[in-house]
Design a protein around this ligand. Structure first.
Ligand code: GTP
Ligand code: MG
Length: 242
């Protein structure tokens, strides 16, 4: 008798690019957005959904729409306000964040998805252990200092707290209340780690930016520093109370 095909289990599915949303804040990124969206399209065969939360006054949102992205318009209010909205907009089960500046390696999307399929809740792209050759020295110093501070307060070593490229299971994004703006990237790593989610870091390449930076290195650095101190202490306090 011929073997019957085994029905695919509906539990523990292996996610594919059809289950993936790639999301980003976009703020006057007309120099970079074509390259970023083309890379996502090429790597995922046009199957990943793309969400741009946009505050631009240039052609960025038009280019994004023409290329099939879902564009949410929002007054520019900072990185974290845009990225939080971008994370919460899609309903696909896996969400990857990136910057819209062509710095992050979209060709690693398959590896990030594979690690989510292996059971991780959060997969974080670590630019610092990956070499960080394209990172300006001041940014590299700040990023190493943030990671060292967070590692000390969490009692768990992390390499890069401020990366813009991570994959999340949708439940993680929905189950936690996010409070930070410029420091959102650090918060998105620290809170899941301290709440016992399975988090892993993978070294990634980091490229030169296309277009102008949107972050003031000093004001932005101070805001991130504050989040890196505040968020782990809040999480410790939360644990003590529960
Ligand atoms: N919608 C929106 N997007 C923003 C805002 N601020 C920053 N972004 C976007 O968030 C992403 C991160 O900003 P970047 O300027 O790349 O900040 P950064 O990565 O710390 O700085 P670089 O190292 O220069 O790339 C980019 O895609 C920006 O366009 C904002 O106020 N509104
Ligand atoms: Mg950037």
């Amino acid at each position: 008798m011929e073997a019957q095909p085994v029905a695919e289990s509906t539990e523990d599915p292996r996610y594919t690019f059809d289950d993936l949303s790639v999301v980003m804040g976009t703020y006057n990124e007309e120099e970079a957005i074509r390259a970023v969206l083309s890379d996502i399209d090429r790597i995922t065969d046009g199957r990943a959904e793309v969400v741009c939360v946009d505050g631009s006054s240039d052609a960025t949102p038009q280019i994004a729409r023409d290329r099939g992205a879902h564009v949410v318009e929002q007054e520019p209010q900072g990185y974290g306000v845009a990225v939080r909205e971008a994370l919460l907009t899609p309903d696909r089960p896996v969400v990857v964040t990136t910057d819209c500046d062509d710095t992050y390696p979209m060709e690693r999307l398959p590896d990030f998805l594979e690690l989510i399929n292996d059971g991780y809740d959060v997969v974080s792209g670590d630019r610092v252990s990956g070499g960080a050759d394209a990172m300006p020295p001041l940014n590299e110093f700040g990023n190493r200092l943030f990671a060292l501070t967070a590692s000390t307060l969490m009692l768990r070593r992390v390499g890069d707290t401020t990366t813009g490229m991570r994959a999340y299971r949708r439940e993680v994004v929905e189950d936690i209340e996010w409070t930070e703006n410029t420091g959102l990237s650090a918060e998105l790593l620290i809170r899941p780690l301290m709440r016992g989610y399975d988090v892993t870091e993978v070294p990634i390449e980091y490229d030169d930016r296309l277009g102008e930076t949107k972050l003031d290195p000093f004001a932005g650095g101070a805001a991130i520093g504050k989040s890196v101190l505040k968020v782990p202490l809040q999480e410790r306090w939360r644990r003590l109370r529960s």
